[in-house]
Design a protein around this ligand. Structure first.
Ligand SMILES: [Zn+2]
Length: 382
């Protein structure tokens, strides 16, 4: 059964992907390179690490067991043969001396060719403490430039993809297949992770994170199909406060002037440069609030996520046509997609603001008056 297999791998949802991988493992037909695609926090890295555990686990049955020395060291990121590499990962032996145009570690925009060369050197030696080397390249969309062409690093990676050393398993992580150079993507087996149904998130939070059923149910509705977001909401008390503030901002924007909306768009675009994930979360809240408005418009109270704002959501729903509401939802989705395909952020946010209907502030039961929350856009810490 899908859910129990995911639970065995300690992954929330994604039963199909886990079934595919565990099936390939038992048939000894694991690919040498996977590209795991999907949204931030949907579980891409969790699945990659579960696969790294599965291929190195030494338990007699049920691999990955999650508790043997191999699984334990992988989960604590101290396993010598399993490395997560992103564009900020320091390159050995180049401290302070990385003179390439890729810039220094902390502000590097893309993978450096040195990341790939270092990985190739490490991969050429037999695995040291486990059975297999696993390299997880997080952010494979930065293997190409903003305007499309593949980077030097991508070209260097092709060598590993074409002639992989025997024990190397390569796992690339990216938002979508099209975000990765086609030369790279076409040499990987693609595993596309879709949003996880709220019931599966809730059951995972209870069984894997020890959440109470009530808390799990409430949080899973706010998570927009992303288990990672649900875990944040449960384990980081500040995350729920940030969620509430964002909902307030979304609701207040409906009654805000065009000037205030454009200021909001500018703030979002500034925040996007510093912390993509936080702004993607903000857009998810936009979608969830407007989906709630659509449900309220159709009189479907069950399924509404942001139940704390029920009165405002219903007031908005009662003043708009379903087509208008659906238009806002699709504009928000288009903004998210535009950002993934590297559109100019400020323009993308402005287009979204223009798609919003305008309502008189007096017609909405907003808790905080005025546009105070609009000026409070910031990228949250962590
Ligand atoms: Zn194990």
């Amino acid at each position: 059964m899908a859910r129990s297999e995911s639970a065995d791998w300690r992954v929330i949802g994604h039963g199909g992907a886990v079934r595919l991988l565990s099936g390939s493992m038992s048939a000894d037909r694991l690919a040498h390179a996977y590209l795991i695609t999907g949204a931030e926090q949907v579980g891409r890295k969790t699945l990659a690490l579960a696969l790294a555990m599965a291929v190195n686990c030494v338990a007699e049955s049920q691999q990955p067991c999650g508790s043997c020395g191999q699984c334990d060291r992988i989960s604590r990121s101290i396993h010598a043969d399993v490395r997560i590499i992103d564009r900020h990962t320091p390159i050995r032996g180049t401290a302070g001396g990385d003179a390439s145009d890729e810039g220094q570690d902390e502000r590097r925009a893309r993978f450096s060719i040195e990341h790939i060369r270092e990985m190739q050197r490490d991969g050429a030696i037999n695995a040291f403490e486990g059975r297999r080397h696993v390299f997880i390249l997080d952010g494979a969309e930065t293997l190409r430039f903003q305007d499309g062409p593949a980077t030097e690093a991508a070209n260097a990676l092709l060598k590993t993809l074409e002639e992989p050393p025997g024990d190397v398993l390569l796992i690339l992580i990216a938002p979508s297949r099209s975000a990765v150079p086609e030369t790279v993507a076409s040499r990987c087996q693609i595993i596309d992770l879709r949003p996880v149904p709220a019931v599966e998130i809730a059951s995972g939070l209870v069984s894997l994170r020890g959440a109470s059923p009530e808390e799990a149910e409430r949080v899973s509705r706010l998570a927009d199909g992303k288990p990672g977001r649900a875990i944040d909401l449960i384990e980081d008390p500040a995350a729920q406060g940030r969620h509430s503030q964002t909902v307030m901002r979304v609701l207040e924007t409906i009654a805000a002037s065009l000037e205030a909306r454009f200021r909001y768009a500018r703030d979002l675009s500034g925040a996007y440069r510093k912390d993509k994930a936080a702004v993607e979360t903000e857009l998810d809240v936009w979608t969830s609030v407007w989906r709630d408005v659509l449900l309220a418009r159709h009189g479907v109270a069950q399924g509404i996520s942001n139940t704390d704002w029920m009165d405002t959501i219903e007031a908005i729903a009662n003043q708009l046509e379903p087509d208008t509401i659906a238009g806002v939802i699709s504009a928000t989705r288009q903004t998210s997609e535009a950002l993934v395909s590297n559109a100019a952020p400020q323009l993308a946010f402005e287009v979204m603001m223009l798609a919003l209907p305008t309502m008189a502030a007096g017609s909405l039961p907003l808790r905080a008056a005025g546009e105070a929350a609009l000026s409070a856009v910031e990228s949250p810490a962590g």
